[in-house]
Design a protein around this ligand. Structure first.
Ligand code: ZN
Ligand code: FE
Length: 245
């Protein structure tokens, strides 16, 4: 399975999963029709699945258009988003497992940013794992609390942190540099953060995305994953809301 990273809208990422062995492809977070249609036409394989992380428009805005062009595609999302997630045809519970081509997928319910937020863990036939986190876990950051509580988000991040160091985190927005500036403010003595800020800045200057990153990097540099308890997490989340680094 190959993953194409597709910049959409102003700073969103959608992902096209290409399974050459099974001759099918999937989209994670259909943000914008134009760029996705272009990639799907180039790939030329049937679109069989749309994995939606949550109901916000910048993650599902192209669901209906992609469905119109690829009526066989199954749209996955959390069961609590039935009625507000366009095209949702396979509502999922926490821990639900399904397959896409030769890959095994597990959905993790991660409320906080929204109440129906999901992260999708995709394991390829060779054992590599990707974790599509939407607006829950960003690289070096986390999503705002629009619907859930700090305690819910803290628990959701703990759950993702337990998935293993080698899993590749692929999130819904390119917020990494501003997140790392906040991380450096929270932990000025953390050299991994300083190094990562330099590395990721160079990557952005070359016009490359910072995604994906191994979960081990997040555990070393993400101030929200590193919060020791809910109250520290809540204070950091509130401070980040007004932070201009
Ligand atoms: Zn969102
Ligand atoms: Fe978003």
């Amino acid at each position: 399975m190959r993953v194409d990273i597709i910049p959409c809208l102003s700073d969103n990422y959608a992902y096209v999963l290409i399974d050459d062995a099974a001759q099918e492809c999937a989209v994670v977070d259909a943000s914008e029709e134009g760029p996705l249609s272009t990639v799907l036409a180039r790939v030329g394989l049937p679109l069989t699945a749309i994995l939606s992380t949550h109901h916000h428009f910048d993650h599902v805005g192209a669901n209906e258009a992609l469905l119109a062009a690829h009526p066989r595609a199954v749209v996955y999302g959390h069961r609590s988003d039935v009625g507000r997630l366009p095209g949702l045809s396979r509502p999922l519970e926490d821990g639900a497992r399904f397959t896409f081509g030769t890959c095994e997928v597990r959905a993790h319910h991660v409320p906080g940013h929204t109440l129906g937020a999901l992260a999708y863990e995709v394991r390829t036939q060779y054992g590599a794992r990707w974790l599509f986190t939407g607006d829950t876990l960003f690289l070096a950051g986390c999503g705002r609390l629009f619907e859930g509580t700090a305690a819910q988000m803290f628990a959701s991040l703990r759950k993702l942190a337990a998935l293993g160091d080698d899993v590749l985190v692929a999130c819904g927005h390119e917020y990494t540099l501003s997140n790392l500036r906040f991380a450096a403010h929270v932990e000025p003595g953390n050299e991994m953060i300083t190094e990562r800020l330099a590395e990721e800045s160079a990557r952005r200057q070359r016009g490359e995305p910072t995604v994906p990153a191994p979960l081990s990097y997040e555990k070393a540099t993400n101030p929200f994953l590193r919060a020791p308890d809910v109250s520290t997490f809540a204070a950091r989340r509130a401070e980040k809301d007004g932070f201009r680094g």
